[in-house]
Ligand binder design. Structure first.
Ligand code: TMO
Length: 312
């Protein structure tokens, strides 16, 4: 009797374990991966999509606003975020996590910096002595070397698309007392920033643009300006006086809270996924230097880096 019971219990246990294995398999419902408007993020979407497809999952690429996406993930309309940049999106990420429904899924190996800077030839040509210290920008002779037809005689900072930081840079410029000498214009796209680098070089004029690392410009002669250090709360949106640069920031991942339940295998891989500065810079370079499409760049990156991603 006891023996039979033991056998039944063992059989039931075996059945339960089989059942739970099949319950744990990933749903075939497409994993919705957001696509934004800078190259590494888009290439990484295809890299991650390719990895998920390699385990038999389905994926869908969803064009999304880079601020609103955290609310979309919280609501369950998008499943993951592969590049949460602290400076640009930390506040939106925090708000969605605190409201519930969005989980912090860990950091990449790479740290991030998103700030104004210049190609090194600008300093080499003596267009603004004293850079990268921001106080060099107080010199009217410096500012004059960065004027453009649209800048009203002032030096121009070319910010990225306004969806990334809203009024952060105009506020900073005013807070630092640079408003009489400098003005901020917004680029329509990341490509417009890279076109500005080429145009300024051709015309031999100074240029200050918004840029970031990891990016294809890493190691290609680009220097970020040293602004007064960032601290929590220094920005006007956080109640501060705005006299600060951008943080030495995280580069994070996020998921909807149900994603680890509907797609446990993909979620486990995504949790382990942690790209380095060099790996992310290379993803961007395939598009912005080599001219590939984002999708082809994703495929090439996967083909060239099998040992990297198979380890996740
Ligand atoms: C969010 N970005 C990388 C463009 O700074």
């Amino acid at each position: 009797m006891i023996k039979t019971l033991t056998r039944i219990i063992a059989a039931v246990a075996l059945l339960v374990s089989f059942a739970s294995t099949s319950i744990a398999a990933d749903s075939k419902k497409p994993i919705r991966i957001p696509v934004h408007n800078w190259s590494s993020q888009v290439v990484m979407a295809y890299v991650i999509g390719g990895i998920f497809e390699s385990i038999g999952d389905n994926v869908e690429y969803v064009p999304a606003d880079s601020q609103a996406v955290y609310e979309s993930i919280r609501q369950g309309d998008v499943d993951i975020s592969q590049e949460v940049w602290q400076s640009a999106f930390g506040a939106s990420f925090d708000a969605a996590r605190d409201a519930g429904g969005l989980l912090d899924w860990g950091d990449h190996v790479a740290r991030s910096l998103e700030d104004m800077g210049y190609p090194n030839w600008v300093a080499d040509d003596g267009l603004c002595p004293g850079l990268p210290d921001w106080t060099a920008l107080q010199n009217p002779d410096c500012a004059a070397n960065f004027a453009t037809p649209d800048s009203g005689g002032k030096g121009r900072w070319l910010e990225g698309p306004q969806t990334w930081h809203q009024d952060l840079m105009p506020q900073r410029l005013e807070a630092l007392g640079l408003g009489d000498l400098w003005t901020v214009k917004f680029a329509g796209s990341a490509d417009a920033l890279w076109a500005e680098l080429a145009a300024a070089k051709k015309e031999g004029r100074g240029t200050i643009i918004f840029n970031w690392t990891p990016n294809f410009t890493d190691g290609a002669g680009f220097t970020f300006i040293d602004f007064p250090p960032y601290y929590d709360g220094c920005r006007p949106v956080d109640g501060g006086d705005g006299k600060c640069g951008s943080p030495d920031g995280y580069l994070k991942k996020a998921v909807n809270e149900n994603f680890p339940k509907t797609h446990p295998d993909a979620a486990a891989i995504f949790k382990n996924m942690a790209f380095t500065t060099g790996q992310i810079g290379a993803m961007a370079a395939l598009v912005d230097v080599d001219g590939m499409t984002h999708e082809d760049a994703g495929k090439k990156w996967l083909a060239d880096n099998e040992s990297v991603w198979k380890a996740f």
